[in-house]
Design a protein around this ligand. Structure first.
Ligand code: NAP
Length: 250
């Protein structure tokens, strides 16, 4: 019998991360659901997976913190075994605002949570996956955003710029580790129905903007999860360094 593959989903307790964790579990992966603060939602995703016979663990870790990331990966090594897939999904945004009202503290919080975190998790994944280090290879999928292209003026250009950095990380790392058995790609969702928009101060943001989307509707977390899964599985075996836009044509 082949070994069960292991996937880490950062920010897997709700939204796109939760849908991704459930989809990987349905496809036979042992899943680590990482969360930062919201233990009840992470536990309910884990319960939904276990109730269907899937294998998963939840690990609290703030992925913007180096020691937490190291503990997260060490816990997975110990409890699930060697990882095949990292989905860098955890991300934050702040209240809609113009640049002239943004403090250095806010900008740095966005960058450490959305960029430093992805770098740190990629680093720990590459250490384990790289054939240079005796690993068996693997796949990294970064969750970027259509905001990397639009720039999100008058809303959150700090967030948009952080996703631009994710795109560049994806390109550079994909080339750095391509000969070591590791593929690195990213998805760039557009307007997706999740609770993230409430954190920006506008829970109904997708409803307000859906008329400008060529497909005339917001996307679902499940639709993004399906694309993440495709990029992680062998069906996309010749894709690396790519960006898959999921924006309904926007
Ligand atoms: P969400 O519902 O707000 O979920 C984000 C999750 O990330 C939360 O569960 C949160 O955990 C976790 N998280 C945040 N910072 C973390 C940290 N430092 N360490 C560990 N976990 C952390 O957001 P979402 O809409 O599903 O978004 C998921 C990803 O898609 C993000 O990267 C986002 O930028 C991207 N995206 C979303 C949209 C959209 O329209 N929704 C569009 C484009 C891109 P806790 O709850 O435990 O704090």
């Amino acid at each position: 019998m082949s070994k069960q593959k292991v996937a880490i989903i950062t920010g897997g307790g709700r939204g796109i991360g939760a849908a991704t964790a459930e989809l990987f579990a349905e496809n036979g992966y042992a899943v680590c659901i990482n969360y930062k603060s919201n233990q009840p939602t992470a536990n309910s995703v884990a319960k939904a997976i276990s109730d269907k016979g899937g294998k998963c663990i939840t690990v609290q870790a703030d992925v913007s913190q180096e020691a937490d990331v190291e503990r997260l990966f060490a816990t997975v090594d110990e409890e699930l075994g060697s990882i095949s897939v990292l989905v860098n999904n955890a991300g934050i945004l702040k209240q809609q605002s113009r640049l002239e009202d943004m403090s250095a503290e806010r900008i740095n919080t966005i960058l450490t949570n959305n960029v430093t975190s992805y770098f740190l998790c990629c680093r720990e994944a590459v250490k384990r996956m790289s054939t240079n280090n005796g690993g068996e290879g693997g796949v990294i999928v970064n969750v970027s955003s259509g905001a990397a292209r639009s720039g999100s003026p008058n809303e959150y250009i700090d967030y948009a710029a952080s996703k631009g950095a994710v795109d560049t990380l994806t390109k550079g790392l994909s080339l750095e580790v391509a000969a070591e058995g590791i593929r690195v790609n990213c998805v760039r969702p557009g307007l997706i129905y999740t609770d993230m928009h409430a954190d920006g101060g506008e829970p109904q943001r997708v409803e307000r903007l859906k008329s400008i989307i060529p497909l005339k509707r917001g996307g679902s977390a499940k639709e993004v999860a399906e694309a993440i899964y495709w990029l992680a599985c062998d069906k996309s075996s010749y894709a690396t360094g790519n960006y898959l836009d999921l924006t309904g044509g926007l």
